[in-house]
Design a protein around this ligand. Structure first.
Ligand code: 3PG
Length: 225
């Protein structure tokens, strides 16, 4: 018999994970954004939302990232902005305080599960194997980030996992781009994909909005299976 505490945690995770599934469902692609200067964050978010991509992952990889999340949250309310590259409970606290509406991590640890439950933020945890996916599902997660998708098996791995786990949804990230986007999205267990190609770091840093807008619009028009 699972303990009451574990059951309650699982129910809470299911509830917030259902919200995460809805966020993933907003568009076929979730841009993974690395922002070096927070003053361009709102403009970037506007360009992406206007191009049809409204769920945005801002990675906590630069000193400007938390300020960038705060800027997007206050200036572009139509964007659903989350924090990526979350690795510690402190990252979750900082992301929530900055205004992140969801969190994404490259892997999944016990301390992260506890901190995510405490924060009540929708959480997309990273997995790379069948065992990790099973452990996450047992804990109540309905949608998982397959990371780094291209390295750990990509489309073949997702197809193989869909046999025994057809109920689990995935957001493959890492190595996804225009060449394989349609193949990923054709899989019934793929709820959306994540990727930096629609707004690469160097194009953000040089404010190349027209190019970002064109890539984002193309990504937004991709069909899901
Ligand atoms: C991530 O940060 O989640 C991935 O590194 C994004 O991978 P990509 O740059 O291959 O899209």
């Amino acid at each position: 018999m699972p303990s009451v505490e574990k059951r309650e945690g699982e129910e809470m995770t299911q509830e917030t994970s259902a919200k995460m599934v809805r966020i993933c469902g907003l568009a076929p692609v979730m841009p993974v954004l690395t922002i070096e200067d927070a003053s361009v964050a709102a403009q970037l978010a506007r360009v992406l939302v206007e191009s049809g991509l409204s769920s945005l992952e801002v990675t906590l990889r630069t000193p400007a990232s938390l300020q960038a999340i705060a800027e997007i949250r206050s200036a572009v309310p139509e964007a659903v902005v989350g924090a990526g590259t979350v690795r510690t409970p402190e990252d979750i606290e900082r992301a929530r305080d900055a205004g992140a509406r969801f969190i994404v991590s490259p892997g999944l640890t016990g301390p992260l599960i506890a901190a995510a439950e405490k924060s009540r933020l929708p959480y997309l945890p990273g997995v790379a194997t069948a065992s990790e996916a099973m452990a996450a599902a047992e804990r109540g997660f309905l949608a998982l980030k397959l990371f780094p998708a291209g390295v750990v098996g990509g489309i073949d791995l997702l197809q193989a996992l869909a046999g025994p786990m057809p109920d689990l949804l995935f957001c493959p990230t890492g190595g996804v781009g225009p060449n394989n986007l349609a193949d990923y999205l054709a899989l019934p267990t793929v709820v959306c994909v994540g990727g930096s190609w629609v707004a690469p770091r160097h194009l953000i840093a040089t404010e190349r909005w027209t190019e970002i807008s064109a890539m984002a619009a193309e990504a937004a028009s991709a069909r899901r299976g």
